[in-house]
Design a protein around this ligand. Structure first.
Ligand SMILES: [Zn+2]
Length: 137
């Protein structure tokens, strides 16, 4: 998951306009490992991406652009196409100052930063808005 232009183009092509966000805090790495042990096929690649983003972070926090370094990563944000088995995505480190937020507040902060820095047309659609009557699509 590199942030190259070709990678971004592939992500956009696969996404078809809809991205999903997920945040993994350092304490959740063990849960991912547990899913791998239980045979969850999607957990292995996800665990590798999260561990890579924690040990070798991009230069700036994905929420506030604060300088990051290995050992300072408190969470990892994954942005991927909202499809059943995405093949492309972005993984970004989140600093301790941002990671103290609740998941909802952190997602809002992350989306605001991505809208300003990368995707000016970004709109947040909650699962409730996608399925206003609840249930399954
Ligand atoms: Zn931050």
């Amino acid at each position: 998951m590199k942030n190259s232009e070709a990678g971004m183009n592939a992500l956009h092509a696969e996404a078809g306009g809809t991205l999903a966000f997920a945040i993994y805090r350092a304490a959740q790495v063990g849960q991912l490992l547990g899913r791998v042990i239980l045979g969850d096929d999607r957990a292995g690649p996800l665990l590798r991406v999260v561990q890579q983003a924690m040990s070798n972070p991009q230069p700036g926090c994905m929420c506030c652009d604060r300088d990051m370094a290995a050992g300072k990563v408190a969470a990892v944000a994954i942005v991927a196409p909202d499809v059943p088995a995405p093949r492309h995505g972005l993984a970004g480190a989140i600093c301790a100052a941002c990671a103290v937020e609740t998941d909802t507040a952190l997602t809002e902060k992350l989306c605001a930063f991505l809208k300003k820095s990368a995707w000016p047309d970004l709109r947040v659609i909650s699962p409730v808005q996608l399925q206003p009557k609840g249930g399954r699509a």
